[in-house]
Design a protein around this ligand. Structure first.
Ligand code: UD1
Length: 339
């Protein structure tokens, strides 16, 4: 049984990935310091998978604590590294905290892979590295644009750190550039747990529909798109989780040309904000209250993935529809306490 460490394993994408690993017979160790989630997620994972993974409450940016954790698991086949701060606006307010946390944890994990190069690594990157791409759909070889935020910079520089480390120390890694992961597990046992007012579109929609927030503000009605609202590539979190399994299997089987490969994780289809609202209304049978609001600074007009490299290299494509995403996000929302 191959052992895999999932950092941020109680978070949104980490928890869904843990479920898929467990159901394929991997031994799973979760590391999560509950910075942006809670321990009850472990029960959700165990309920779906029928197995309870080991969980270590460790701050991976703490070098001593990280080293102690890894020393107990020197037989790791792989590390899937989700643990990071991820709020764009907060990163502008607290850049040093973002750099310390996101780079500290990555460097501590790479010290381990440098010493144990057989241990493969998967890094959570983001389509934010492309900024407003010149060509759509976006291919992986599109230029990386200057980061709009410290958060975005941690993804760009994180990829560079991986490449330099792999070249010098002989380990292998895959960086996965997520587009817009949404939805929840269809069992509604795990999902997204945004802290405070959700900044992202779909959690705001579900909280608004649940009566926890006012009407959705749609940021901008004059973008050069088919209905004036921004276009994004929304992808079901279970599809994103499955891509990590394929990426891990690619690394473990020794396939791949470069020490660090990069793949987009998107559906290839762009949806406008109004199309997302329409999908939510179709999936739930209700009407969503919304109103126009000014453009949000930093938003790009349109971003959606070219999916060919992931299909060819990982043997993976997203399969779940936007309507399924919305139905699952709503089912999950209805299990959450009304507060
Ligand atoms: C945002 C981040 C991105 C990060 C990603 C994952 C910004 C500018 N980008 O992506 O760097 O990788 O989250 O966390 O913050 N929208 C509304 N009303 C809302 C919320 C969103 O109209 O209340 C619109 C936005 O203008 C955008 C779309 O919905 O057009 C998606 O927004 P969001 O879910 O925040 O994702 P991104 O901006 O794509």
């Amino acid at each position: 049984m191959k052992k895999v460490l999932v950092t941020g394993g109680l978070g949104f994408i980490g928890s869904h990935t843990a479920v898929e690993l467990l159901s394929r017979g991997y031994e799973v160790v979760l590391a999560d310091n509950l910075a942006n989630t809670n321990a009850a997620v472990l029960d959700g994972i165990a309920a779906i998978a029928g197995k309870r993974p080991t969980w270590a409450n460790v701050d991976l940016a703490d070098q001593v604590a990280c080293r102690a954790l890894l020393e107990g698991h020197s037989d790791l086949a792989g590390i899937i590294h989700f643990a990071a701060y991820k709020a764009v606006g907060e990163s502008v307010q607290k850049p040093l905290a973002y750099y310390r946390n996101n780079f500290g944890s990555l460097l501590n994990l790479l010290d381990f892979t440098a010493a144990h190069p057989a241990c493969r690594l998967i890094f959570s990157s983001s389509c934010t590295v492309y900024g407003q791409a010149d060509t759509l759909p976006i291919r992986e070889d599109a230029p990386v644009k200057p980061a709009e935020s410290p958060y975005g910079n941690t993804k760009q520089v994180g990829e560079e750190i991986l490449r330099d480390g792999a070249r010098a120390h002989g380990f292998r890694a895959i960086a996965l550039r997520y587009f817009n992961p949404i939805g929840a597990h269809p069992s509604a046992r795990i999902g997204e747990l945004p802290l405070g007012v959700p900044q992202n579109l779909v959690p705001f929609i579900t909280q608004s529909a649940a009566g926890l927030r006012g009407p959705l503000k749609v940021f901008g009605n004059d973008y050069p798109t088919r209905d004036g609202t921004c276009i994004r590539d929304y992808i079901h979190v279970v599809d994103v989780a499955l891509a990590h399994i394929y990426a891990l299997e690619r690394l473990l089987s020794g396939k791949g040309s470069d020490p660090v490969e990069v793949f987009n994780l998107g559906t290839g289809t762009g949806s406008t904000v109004l199309e997302v609202i329409a999908a939510f209304e179709r999936a739930t049978g209700g009407k969503l209250q919304w109103e126009w609001a000014p453009r949000r600074p930093g938003d790009v007009v349109a971003a959606y993935a070219n999916t060919e490299k992931a299909a060819a290299g990982l043997g993976w494509r997203a399969e779940r529809t936007l309507d399924q995403c919305m139905a699952d996000a709503w089912r999950w929302q209805r299990t959450l306490p009304a507060k």
